[in-house]
Design a protein around this ligand. Structure first.
Ligand SMILES: CC(C)(COP(=O)(O)OP(=O)(O)OC[C@H]1O[C@@H](n2cnc3c(N)ncnc32)[C@H](O)[C@@H]1OP(=O)(O)O)[C@@H](O)C(=O)NCCC(=O)NCCS
Length: 169
């Protein structure tokens, strides 16, 4: 039973939406109230990715991880959200909760970093929720460090703080 990575196609995006929502609920419900995660539905998040893909597919890259043909994770990367031409942004990395701790997150991360290098970027950045200590530990063990920047966001009606992390490629 091996995990294989491949570029996503538009046909993957509804399943990616369902996995993404499942991962958000499983991860964020430990520190966010239920009303924060009531929306979107898996279908709505799938439709969101279909819409986003339409606009971003030329400059962004989604990779899916499959175990025996079943979707178990994805990553999404693209240009820096602050416009630095030397920097790439890891927009998302999520696994099916049952897939955690098996090396698939590492596989997706190593692949994403290599893809960023191949695009000529020399630095990578990401945003992570301050309370998401599992992901922050994963990033820090992989060489990412907080830049000191933070931003206020909302998940549903709930205000949250995101921290910016960076690493050289
Ligand atoms: C974050 C997430 C993808 C990590 O996946 P995971 O299954 O927990 O991690 P894995 O078992 O695959 O890998 C962990 C290992 O990867 C290593 N690793 C991380 N980045 C690495 C890199 N760039 N190169 C090599 N190894 C790396 C870590 O050091 C760790 O190894 P260790 O335990 O020996 O130190 C997963 O926990 C998840 O989906 N969480 C919920 C969603 C989420 O929070 N996403 C991020 C939102 S910002």
């Amino acid at each position: 039973m091996t995990v294989t990575l491949r570029h996503a196609t538009v046909d993957d995006l509804m399943a990616v939406g369902a996995l993404h929502q499942g991962s958000r609920v499983a991860t964020y419900s430990s520190f966010l109230p239920p009303e924060a995660l009531a929306d979107p539905t898996s279908e709505a998040l799938g439709a969101y990715w279909v819409e986003r893909w339409t606009w971003e597919r030329d400059e962004h890259r989604m990779t899916v991880a499959e175990r025996d043909g079943r979707l178990v994770g994805f990553s999404y990367l693209g240009p820096d959200d602050e416009g630095d031409p030397a920097t790439g942004l890891l927009n998302a990395i999520h696994l099916d909760p049952a897939e955690r701790g098996r090396g698939t997150g590492r596989q997706l991360m190593v692949d994403a970093l290599a893809a960023m290098r191949s695009r000529g970027w020399s630095r990578a950045v990401l945003w992570v929720l301050r309370e998401n200590t599992v992901a922050r530990r994963f990033y820090e063990r992989g060489g990412w460090t907080p830049t000191g920047q933070s931003r206020n966001e909302h998940i549903g009606p709930v205000a949250v703080l995101q921290l910016r992390y960076a690493r050289l490629l």
